[in-house]
Design a protein around this ligand. Structure first.
Ligand SMILES: NC(=O)c1ccc[n+]([C@@H]2O[C@H](COP(=O)([O-])OP(=O)(O)OC[C@H]3O[C@@H](n4cnc5c(N)ncnc54)[C@H](O)[C@@H]3O)[C@@H](O)[C@H]2O)c1
Length: 273
């Protein structure tokens, strides 16, 4: 993949598509100078104000004619309305639950990558696993890895089943600490803590813990063990959370996400009609 490849992003004004586009542009992995074409059905907003040269189109046929690399970032159900011949192009799909096999059949493409960033892509803190079909070249891989690295950390995973599992874990993941934060916030408020203090306290816990988790020493099991052994207030809370089924709730949620991915994969695989 040389530096003059034209990249087209279908759905590039959406939540994830615009994050990938703007991170890629900021990192210099994407170039706005006639090398980026975006299609969308929603307003582009002012996120692209720094890159007035981007070519915008409402016509995906035009995008597919002009682009050497096509990123697909529409919602999985919206993919049903897309009919493109992407033979000879590198296709990068970030859609949840649309298999390599379905992409290959529907797009007549054979160089296909599925990547699964998450909502933290917009601040460059996503974890983005990806999986590629056999004929994806070394330079295609380099491009995908650079584009995903512009959004945070990335890894090529060998198996599509792992990508599907990770869709529910890391792809969906930013919502889970947010749920924990929301639950702590509502509890603090019922205890009468003023909301501006409660918000600051909860934000401090979640963001402070994130920094700890990011540090080299972090080992979740040994951290929990240390607090349990301390036998203080934290241990009292942890014992009760564990007894009330904290792990069971998290595991049930992750199973539900995996089932939802499997349902989406099966329904996308069915012929339309
Ligand atoms: N948002 C996330 O955190 C996240 C994480 C991982 C994967 N994904 C995947 O990314 C994909 C996009 O999700 P999103 O959250 O950005 O959704 P979104 O609704 O914000 O964006 C989708 C965009 O596609 C546009 N669109 C729809 N049909 C189109 C068409 N035919 N041609 C051109 N544009 C069209 C819409 O106008 C919209 O701007 C989904 O398939 C989702 O599974 C999202």
């Amino acid at each position: 993949m040389d530096g003059s490849a034209v990249v087209g992003i279908v759905g590039g004004a959406g939540w994830l598509g615009s994050a990938i586009a703007t991170r890629g542009l900021s990192a210099g992995v994407l170039s706005s100078k006639s090398l980026l074409i975006i299609s969308s059905r929603s307003p582009r907003g002012n996120r692209f104000a720094n890159w007035p040269e981007i070519v915008w189109t409402a016509d995906n046929e035009e995008l597919s004619r002009r682009a050497d690399i096509v990123v697909l970032s529409v919602r999985p159900h919206q993919f049903r309305d897309i009919s493109l011949n992407l033979e000879g192009r590198l296709v990068i799909s970030v859609m949840a639950g649309i298999s390599l096999e379905t992409l290959k059949r529907r797009l007549n493409a054979d160089r296909i990558v599925r990547a699964m960033p998450n909502a933290a892509a917009e601040i460059g803190r996503s974890y983005s696993p990806w999986v590629a079909t056999g004929n994806v070249t070394a330079s295609d891989r380099l491009f995908v890895s650079s584009l995903m690295a512009a959004c945070g950390e990335e890894d090529e995973v060998g198996m599509e089943a792992h990508l599907d599992y990770l869709t529910g874990l890391s792809g969906s993941g930013p919502a889970f600490p947010a749920l924990l934060a929301s639950s702590m916030l509502s509890h603090a408020e019922t205890a009468g803590i003023p909301s501006h203090v409660a918000e600051k306290a909860v934000r401090g816990v979640v963001c402070g813990a994130s920094r700890l988790i990011d540090s080299d020493e972090f080992m979740p099991n040994s951290t929990v063990e240390s607090f349990l052994n301390y036998r203080g207030t934290t241990a009292a809370a942890l014992h009760e959370m564990i007894r009330a089924g904290f792990s069971d709730a998290v595991h049930a949620g992750l199973r539900a996400a995996a089932l939802s991915v499997a349902d989406m994969t099966a329904s996308a695989d069915k012929p339309a009609g």
